[in-house]
Design a binder for this molecule. Structure first.
Ligand SMILES: NC(=O)c1ccc[n+]([C@@H]2O[C@H](COP(=O)([O-])OP(=O)(O)OC[C@H]3O[C@@H](n4cnc5c(N)ncnc54)[C@H](O)[C@@H]3O)[C@@H](O)[C@H]2O)c1
Length: 314
């Protein structure tokens, strides 16, 4: 996926355009962009709770009411929640209209906006419906990360560390050795980090290894839906738990995730967590699968194997 670096303060585009964003990003960047482009802006409330069919329907109705048709361009301005909903809307509105992604969280720049996946949740079923739909453009302005809250910045870091663990040891080591630049959100660090992660995710997909991207997500999605925690925080717990499960135990994983401040403990009713995990899309023929980091493949996961190891969780 080719990305273009932009300065959001000055960027413009032509044609019938609508911005889809959330309320926080609207106030910070969206309203100003809508004024400059002289186009309507439609906001969802924000957060995982609004990644629903109801939000998609609300946006579709708003687009039709505003007179948009098949020549529309939809700009998705926001984090992964916005790119997932707006991408799904763009994929099906008038059977597909032009989509421009402008991710504004670290997680969306390094992960959610890459690879063309979109979707919404249905109850506890994470990303239950959606499509694969490529954006016409991926535009990135790393300056917007200066307003991102610390916990959201940390959440995005989980997917970056995942890319290091599943694909490129050099990225993992570089992240650990760049801790100060990470903490201060140094612009040079961020630019290199975003470029590197876009490259890795694109490589993984082009080599048909998409499954690996699910490392930490079988458990992580369960926690995210059961306990409402942020995506990256849940994935960090998932990565550590699945590392223990795969018997690829490596103190580096624990120490590395811990260095960035992730809490790796799972405080949940295991039976309830297991039942929410059953909605995982990798489930087939009554079996649940997760990525074993020890041998980098999908393997069947059983309740006993997973939770037997949890007693040794730090
Ligand atoms: N489609 C994919 O391939 C893919 C991959 C990974 C994750 N995801 C999805 O992404 C979602 C998580 O995305 P996220 O972590 O970006 O969360 P998010 O979209 O909820 O954004 C997090 C919060 O940050 C705020 N925000 C966004 N940009 C900001 C900025 N520049 N300054 C200040 N505040 C800002 C938002 O308003 C929101 O409150 C999950 O639903 C997950 O399933 C999708």
């Amino acid at each position: 996926m080719m990305q273009t670096r932009i300065d959001l303060q000055n960027w413009k585009c032509e044609g019938p355009t609508a911005i889809i964003t959330d309320r926080t990003v609207a106030k910070l960047y969206g309203n100003a962009l809508a004024r400059r482009l002289n186009c309507p802006l439609f906001s969802v409330a924000g957060g995982e709770e609004c990644k629903t069919r109801a939000s998609k329907e609300m946006l579709e109705n708003a687009l039709f009411t505003a007179g948009f048709g098949s020549d529309a361009t939809i700009i998705a301005l926001g984090g992964g929640v916005v790119s997932d909903i707006a991408g799904f809307v763009a994929a099906t509105f008038c059977r597909g209209v032009k989509l421009i992604l402008i991710p504004t969280t670290l997680l969306a720049m390094c992960d959610a906006a890459i690879g063309g996946k979109n979707g919404v949740n249905i109850g506890e079923r994470k990303n239950a419906i959606g499509t694969y739909y490529k954006p016409a453009q991926l535009l990135i302005d790393p300056h917007v990360l200066s307003t991102l809250p610390d916990d959201e910045y940390l959440s995005g870091t989980a997917e970056i560390l995942k890319h290091g663990l599943i694909w490129d040891q050099n990225l993992w080591e570089w992240m650990l050795s760049s801790f100060d630049a990470w903490q201060s959100r140094d612009l040079g660090f961020l630019e290199k980090c975003i470029d590197w992660n876009i490259q890795i995710k694109s490589d993984v997909i082009s080599k048909n290894k998409r499954d690996l991207l699910n490392f930490g997500h079988t458990v992580g999605h369960g926690l995210e839906m059961l306990q409402g925690m942020k995506h990256g925080m849940a994935i960090a717990k998932g990565m550590w738990t699945e590392t223990l499960w795969s018997k690829g135990y490596d103190a580096n994983v624990k120490n590395g995730l811990g260095r960035f401040g992730f809490d790796l403990e799972i405080d949940a009713d295991f039976e309830k967590l297991w039942s929410v995990m059953q909605w995982d899309k990798k489930r087939t023929k009554e079996k649940l699968y997760a990525v074993s980091i020890a041998d980098k493949t999908l393997k069947e996961m059983t309740f006993d194997e997973l939770f037997a190891n949890l007693s040794t969780t730090p």
